[in-house]
Design a protein around this ligand. Structure first.
Ligand code: M5T
Ligand code: MG
Length: 580
C-alpha cells in the first residue's frame, strides 16, 4: 500500500501505541454505554418517580464521563508524543537518505521537492499517525458498537442503522477514488511554490538589480494560484461528501423517530428507548463523519508517503564497490583515460575522449572558454559525477574502486561557486579539518592571503559570517575557501577558478606561496587568465569538451592555435614575457 516502510517506525513505539489504543477503546466503550443507562434512568427511574434509582444511575453516568475524560487526556498526551517522535525519526532517516544520494539523483528530484518531502510530506504522515491513535479506533468501535447496542435495544428498528451502512460505504469509496489523485497533485503544486520561493530567495540580489519584482511576483502568483486551485478542488470534494454522509444518517434518524413514534403511540416501545436509539444513531453519524475524516487523512498521508518512499527507494546512482580499496598511500598521480561524460538530462557529450596524466606534486592548469567543460572535468575527480566511458585513476587505481569517503578525504576542492556557512571565519576554515589548531588555521590563511583582511575585523578569526554577521566580498570569500581546502592537507588539490575575483598582485602572491606549500600535492588549477596558468607544469586547453592542446606554455605557444589566440587576446603579441 505504500505505507509498509513506515511500520518499523510505529513498531518502535508499539508499547505507547498499544496503550493509546487501549485508552481510546475504553473511552469509546464508555460513550457506548451512556445512552442505554440514560434510557434506564428515564424508563425505570423518572417515569416511576424512583429518585434513588435516578441518582444511582446518574452517578454512574458521571463516573463514566469522568473516567472517559481521564482516558482521553492520557491518550492525547501519549499520541502526541508518539506521533512527534515518529515524525522526527522519519525526517531524520529521510535526511540521512538524501545525503547519501548522488548529485545526479538530487538534480532529478530537484531540491525544492526534496524540501517539501522533508517537511510537509512528513507532516502529513505524522498527522495520520497521530490520528491513527485517536479517531481510527474510535470510529469503527463507535459505529459498530452503536449498531450492536441498537440491536440489543430493539432488533427490528436496528435494521434502519444497519441499512445505512452499505450506502455510506459506497459514498466513502467514491470520495476516496476522486480525492487521491487530487492530493498527489496538491503536494506537487506545493513543490512548485517552494521551488519559486527558493529560487527567488537565492537570487534576491539579481532580482533587485534587474528590478524584476513584477516578473517574480507573477511567477509566484501563478504557482500559488495553482496550489490554491487544486487545494480548493480537494476541499470541494470533502465539502460535498461529508454532508452527504450526514444527510444519509439524518434521514435514518427521522425514520427512527417516525417508526418509534408510531410504536410508542401503540404502546409497543418506551420513550427512553427511543431517546437512546436516537442517541445511538447520532453516534453512528459521528463515527461515519470521523471515518470520512480518517479516510481523507489517509489518502493525503498515502500520497505523501508515496513521495517519501520514492526517496527511500532511490538507489544512489553512484555505484560504490562492495569491498573498496583504500585510497592509495601513493603520491597522487592522476590519470584520465579516454573519459567521456554527459549529464543525465543532456544528450550531448560534455567531455569527449579526455586523456592526460599529472605526475605527483605537479601542477596541471586547465584553460578554455566558458562552457568548455572545465568544471565538469574536475567534478569527476571526487566523483560528484561518474564518467560515462573511460576511467580515472589515482596512483593506478580506478577511483570507482576506492572507498568514496577516503577518496573525498584526500581531495580538496575549491569550488567555482564559493559557499561559506553561517559561523565564524575560523569555523569555516576548520570545516576542512575539525581537529586543526588555531596555528594551522592561521598558517593556511596566510598562504591564501586572507590573514591580513581577517585581522582587520575586530573579532579577527572569530568574526561571525552570515546571518547577523559580516558579509565578505567575492575575493575575500574565495580566499577563505582556499584556506579551507588547504587545511585538509590533501593529496590532490583542485582550484576551480578560485582566484577569479582576486586582483592580479594578490593572486600572484597566493600562487607563489602555494607553490612552496604544495610541493608534494598534485594540483589542478582552472583559470581564465593566461597569466595564472602559464607557469604550470602542464596546461590542458579545452574547447567544447575536447582537449585541443596539451603541454607547457612554450610548447603550446608553438603548436596550439587556440592557446595562442587566448594568449594574444589577453596579453597582446608582445605580452608573452609578462607572465614570469
Ligand atoms: C560544460 C553543461 C553546460 C556546459 C557544459 C554544471 C553543468 C553543466 N552542463 C550541464 O548540462 N549540466 C550541469 O549541471 O556542461 O559546463 P562546465 O563544465 O560548467 O563549463 P566550464 O567550467 O568550462 O565553464 P566556466 O563558465 O566555469 O568557465 O555546456 O551547459
Ligand atoms: Mg566552471
Amino acid at each position: 500500500m505504500g505505507l509498509g516502510y513506515l511500520k518499523k517506525y510505529l513498531l518502535r513505539y508499539r508499547r505507547q501505541y498499544i496503550a493509546a489504543l487501549i485508552f481510546i477503546t475504553l473511552e469509546t466503550f464508555g460513550d457506548l454505554i451512556q445512552p442505554t443507562i440514560m434510557s434506564k434512568v428515564i424508563d425505570n427511574g423518572v417515569k416511576r418517580g424512583d429518585m434513588d434509582y435516578v441518582l444511582k444511575l446518574g452517578g454512574l453516568m458521571f463516573l463514566i464521563t469522568a473516567l472517559g475524560a481521564g482516558f482521553a487526556i492520557t491518550r492525547n498526551i501519549i499520541s502526541s508524543k508518539v506521533s512527534q517522535s515518529f515524525g522526527a525519526d522519519l525526517r531524520e532517516d529521510l535526511y540521512i537518505k538524501i545525503q547519501s544520494l548522488s548529485l545526479e539523483n538530487i538534480d532529478e528530484f530537484q531540491d525544492a521537492s526534496l524540501i517539501t518531502r522533508l517537511t510537509n510530506d512528513v507532516n502529513q504522515v505524522q498527522n495520520f499517525a497521530h490520528g491513527s491513535m485517536r479517531i481510527f479506533v474510535k470510529a469503527p468501535i463507535l459505529g459498530i458498537g452503536a449498531v450492536i447496542m441498537s440491536f440489543i435495544l430493539n432488533p427490528t428498528m436496528a435494521l434502519i442503522p444497519l441499512g445505512l451502512v452499505p450506502i455510506v460505504i459506497v459514498i466513502i469509496s467514491m470520495n476516496l477514488k476522486i480525492s487521491y489523485p487530487i492530493f498527489t497533485r496538491i503536494q506537487r503544486a506545493l513543490d512548485k511554490v517552494n521551488a519559486v520561493m527558493r529560487e527567488y530567495l537565492a537570487g534576491i540580489r539579481v532580482v533587485k538589480a534587474f528590478n524584476r519584482f513584477d516578473y517574480e511576483k507573477d511567477r509566484f502568483r501563478k504557482v500559488n494560484e495553482g496550489l490554491k486551485n487544486i487545494t480548493l478542488k480537494g476541499m470541494r470534494v470533502i465539502a460535498v461528501f461529508n454532508p452527504t454522509v450526514s444527510l444519509t444518517v439524518s434521514i435514518g434518524i427521522v425514520l427512527v423517530l417516525w417508526v418509534g413514534g408510531v410504536r410508542v403511540n401503540t404502546g409497543n416501545m418506551e420513550v427512553g428507548k427511543i431517546m437512546a436509539f436516537v442517541n445511538y444513531m447520532t453516534q453512528v453519524l459521528h463515527s461515519l463523519v470521523l471515518m470520512t475524516r480518517i479516510l481523507n487523512m489517509f489518502i493525503r498521508a498515502k500520497a505523501s508517503s508515496e513521495r517519501i518512499r520514492e526517496v527511500f527507494e532511490t538507489e544512489s546512482s553512484m555505484k560504490v564497490k562492495e569491498s573498496p580499496t583504500a585510497f592509495p598511500n601513493g603520491q597522487g598521480r592522476l590519470e584520465f583515460e579516454n573519459v567521456y561524460f554527459k549529464y543525465h538530462n543532456n544528450s550531448r557529450w560534455v567531455l569527449e575522449d579526455i586523456s592526460f596524466t599529472v605526475n605527483p606534486g605537479e601542477t596541471l592548469a586547465i584553460i578554455g572558454s566558458t562552457g568548455s567543460g572545465k568544471t565538469s572535468l574536475v567534478n569527476l575527480i571526487p566523483r560528484f559525477y561518474d564518467v560515462v566511458e573511460g576511467s580515472i585513476r589515482i596512483d593506478n587505481i580506478d577511483i570507482r574502486h576506492m572507498n568514496l569517503d577516503d577518496l573525498r578525504e584526500r581531495i580538496s576542492i575549491v569550488p567555482q561557486k564559493v559557499l561559506l556557512f553561517t559561523g565564524t571565519i575560523k569555523d569555516n576554515i576548520k570545516w576542512g579539518d575539525k581537529n586543526a589548531t588555531d596555528k594551522e588555521v592561521e598558517e593556511v590563511a596566510k598562504i591564501a592571503e586572507a590573514h591580513d583582511f581577517i585581522m582587520s575585523f575586530n573579532e579577527g578569526y572569530n568574526t561571525y559570517l552570515g546571518q547577523g554577521g559580516v558579509n565578505l566580498s567575492g575575493g575575500q570569500k574565495q580566499r577563505i575557501s582556499i584556506a579551507r581546502a588547504l587545511i585538509k592537507k590533501p593529496s590532490i588539490l583542485i582550484l576551480d577558478d578560485s582566484t577569479s575575483a582576486v586582483d592580479l598582485i594578490t593572486e600572484r602572491k597566493i600562487r607563489n606561496k602555494l607553490k612552496d606549500y604544495l610541493k608534494n600535492t598534485t594540483t589542478i588549477l582552472i583559470a581564465q587568465r593566461i597569466t595564472s596558468v602559464m607557469d604550470a607544469d602542464k596546461i590542458l586547453v579545452l574547447d567544447r569538451g575536447k582537449i585541443v592542446g596539451q603541454g607547457n606554455h612554450e610548447e603550446l605557444m608553438e603548436n596550439c592555435q587556440v592557446y595562442r589566440d587566448i594568449c594574444i587576446s589577453q596579453l597582446g603579441k608582445e605580452g608573452v614575457s609578462f607572465g614570469s
